[in-house]
Write a protein that binds this ligand. Structure first.
Ligand code: PMP
Length: 364
């Protein structure tokens, strides 16, 4: 029996994608072998690779002048690779701190900056309020001369999301979209760099999406390790070295599935409806309490509390008993977290809402 998976990542994948992968597992496209066993230079894999890159470009609406890369190392490598390539010596980069992941991104930028007489600066934070919201526009202190402005579009742990981007003028926006990429339309032209681990909305773990504005590639300092230079991957269509072929194959199937559903706009409609029904159930009760300020609530990660930790533990265990799994909040904050990524169907959220009501009735 398949469960309803509300895990934060790696996360649920669309069932038709898993079924297709199973059907093709032993003999891929008439090759007599699995795509897992195929050379990354073979024609059959080449079609998979180009299909995934083209699908991403279409689904994200990536304009000419931006490159789409598929890399390894997760979003965590991008915490380091972004400043390594974009933070010029003597320059300064702005970071908005909205949670644990943006703090990690800042920490890596500080290390890079220290080695080249540059600076990474906090341009806004809601840490004083426990990261329960996104800063309001007037609270940001933006440096108009910054090398870039970094933000985390969705805060997976705290359950907050940017619903309106800050006006950064000519400063390139650099965004960690790990937990909301392709969950809603974005205007890629507003970004200098977008990065996202695939394992929440795009596919399995092991592959990381990077979209980068081509003129920014030339900022990379001389002497970078070849593999850390975005230009290496852009010039070789992400085939400089052996790519994570199976992860890219699955990502390609997920992106095709998103396109079949109507693309990012259709995903946004579905995701908003899922999140609203869960928030409505939380708000209608005096038993559950949403963790994030309503205006900053995430459509992807719905975080909430029960009256005490004991109830939270019982809730998570009882839910698992009903086939609703992955609901434990991040270990650093506790509570309950329901991740409602693209592949989580509306029926799963309906089942969760019914469970919330029943648990409150019996334990409230
Ligand atoms: N950024 C965000 C917003 C995340 O949610 C995560 C992982 N949960 C990361 C970065 C780290 O990603 P990875 O494990 O792929 O390095």
């Amino acid at each position: 029996m398949r469960v309803h998976n509300f895990g934060a990542g790696p996360a649920a994948l669309p069932l038709p994608v898993l079924e297709r992968a199973r059907a093709e597992l032993l003999d891929f496209a008439g090759t007599g072998m699995s795509v897992l066993e195929a050379s990354h230079r073979a024609p059959a894999y080449d079609a998979v690779h180009r299909g995934a890159l083209d699908g991403l470009r279409r689904a994200l609406g990536v304009p000419a002048g931006w490159s789409v890369l598929l890399l390894q190392g997760g979003a965590s490598l991008q915490f380091a690779m972004a400043p390594t390539n974009l933070l010029t010596s003597g320059g300064s980069a702005d970071y908005v701190l909205t949670g644990a992941w943006s703090r990690k991104a800042l920490a890596e930028a500080e290390r890079v900056a220290a080695g080249r007489g540059a600076r990474a600066r906090v341009a806004g934070t809601t840490e004083g309020e426990g990261f329960t919201r996104i800063p309001r526009p007037g609270e940001l202190d933006l440096d108009p001369a910054a090398a870039y402005l970094h933000l985390t579009t969705n805060n997976t742990i705290f359950g907050t999301q940017w619903h309106e981007l800050p006006a950064a003028g000519d400063v390139p926006l650099v965004a960690d979209m790990s937990s909301d990429v392709l969950s809603r339309p974005v205007d890629v032209a507003r970004f200098g760099l977008i990065y996202a681990g695939a394992q929440k909305n795009l596919g399995p773990a092991g592959v990381t999406l990077v979209v980068v504005r081509d003129d920014l590639l030339e900022r990379a300092p001389a002497g970078l390790a070849t593999i850390l230079d975005y230009r290496t991957h852009a010039a070789k269509d992400s085939l400089y070295n052996t790519p994570p072929t199976f992860a890219i194959y699955l990502l390609g199937l997920v992106v095709a599935w998103i396109e079949e559903q109507g693309g990012a706009a259709a995903m946004a409609e579905r995701n908003r409806a899922k999140a609203e029904s869960l928030y409505a159930a939380i708000d209608a009760s005096g038993f559950y309490r949403g963790s994030a300020e309503p205006a900053s609530r995430s459509w992807m990660n719905v975080t909430f509390r029960l009256p005490d930790e004991e109830h939270e533990g019982r809730f998570v265990a009882a839910a698992a008993g009903e086939g609703l799994v992955g609901l434990r909040g991040h270990r650093s904050v506790g509570g309950v977290r329901a991740s409602l990524y693209n592949a989580v169907p509306p029926e799963a959220v309906e089942a969760l809402v019914a469970f919330l009501r029943e648990f409150e009735r019996t334990h409230g």
